[in-house]
Design a protein around this ligand. Structure first.
Ligand SMILES: [Zn+2]
Length: 299
């Protein structure tokens, strides 16, 4: 699932290409292809029809990230929220409808992971903003920007780790779940926003903390190491264009590179890469997710 660095990469891309473009039309087949037809998302036909009517003719202002959500602000005071969930990603380029599906002739957009188009915006410059989502778990809704604090998807989110998050606030947030497992706590969006399975593994490896430690047992210097590792790892991944070990692609359909920098995630049975550590990486289910760690230097 795209996490903070991948969502940031997408948002930075959107801000480069969408400014001042108008939405000419919107197409989706989510409501034909998903069973979950919740009334408050575009997976519902009526909702989609209203969505289409309300945003057609509107102009893009800018895009923003909050947690793992993409917020696309329009000039009429409305905002489109996109949560990419497991396999969703936005793509920018020229597409045409061949009578069966949306096709692009640009080589990168022909990558198989970019072929699952379930939502597409036709833009005023003749290009398209397409949304590829193999497993169709993504969430897309429209809301009035001024009510963002009330929106359920945003209201309960914890602080942003890269926006002046102090050590004090980081510590206070972790202590909200004193008896949780630290990996699960780091992934809890109400504690810190934007961290998921990959980055929680990498942060804990870097900080030398066992993923099953309880926050109440963490010493000050251990929390400090985690706080520093959080900023370092998320920033490094953004610099590398995010992680494409799974489906993630940037708006041009290109892979990021962070999968080549993993120290621990999906390195099960390989030698620990920490200097002077002779541990082996093990995999264990923690809070329903696969955790990867070195049980020699992660204590
Ligand atoms: Zn190790």
């Amino acid at each position: 699932m795209p996490e903070l660095p991948e969502v940031t990469t997408t948002v930075n891309g959107l801000n480069k290409v969408l400014k001042n473009l108008t939405i000419k039309d919107v197409w989706s087949d989510y409501f034909l292809r998903t069973k979950n037809k919740r009334k408050d998302t575009i997976k519902n036909k009526k909702y989609f029809e209203k969505f289409r009517k309300e945003i057609s003719g509107e102009k893009f202002k800018n895009a923003e990230r909050r947690g793992k959500n993409i917020l696309i602000h329009l000039t009429d005071g409305k905002t489109i929220l996109v949560h990419m969930k497991m396999t969703g990603h936005l793509l920018y380029g020229k597409y045409s409808w061949n009578g069966k599906k949306w096709q692009s002739y640009e080589p990168l957009l022909k990558d198989s992971f970019n072929q699952f188009i379930h939502l597409i915006f036709t833009l005023s410059n003749g290009e398209h903003l397409a949304f590829s989502d193999m497993r169709k778990f993504a969430k897309v809704v429209l809301f009035e920007t001024k009510y963002r604090e009330k929106l359920i998807d945003l209201a309960g989110l914890g602080p942003e780790p890269l926006q002046n998050l102090s050590l004090e606030t980081f510590t206070k947030q972790l202590h909200k779940k004193p008896d949780g497992k630290i990996k699960t706590v780091l992934m809890d969006q109400s504690i810190i926003a934007g961290i998921g399975n990959i980055y929680s593994d990498e942060i804990l490896w870097e900080a030398g903390i066992h993923p099953e430690r309880k926050p109440k047992t963490l010493k000050k210097d251990e929390i400090m190491k985690m706080w520093k590792a959080t900023k370092k790892i998320l920033n490094n991944s953004i610099k590398m264009g995010g992680d494409s070990m799974s489906d993630y692609r940037n708006i041009y359909g290109e892979k990021g590179n962070y999968q080549n920098a993993h120290k621990v995630y999906r390195r099960t049975n390989e030698k620990c890469l920490k200097k002077s550590c002779d541990g082996i990486i093990i995999r264990k289910i923690i809070g329903g997710r696969s955790g990867h760690f070195c049980n020699t230097h992660q204590k």
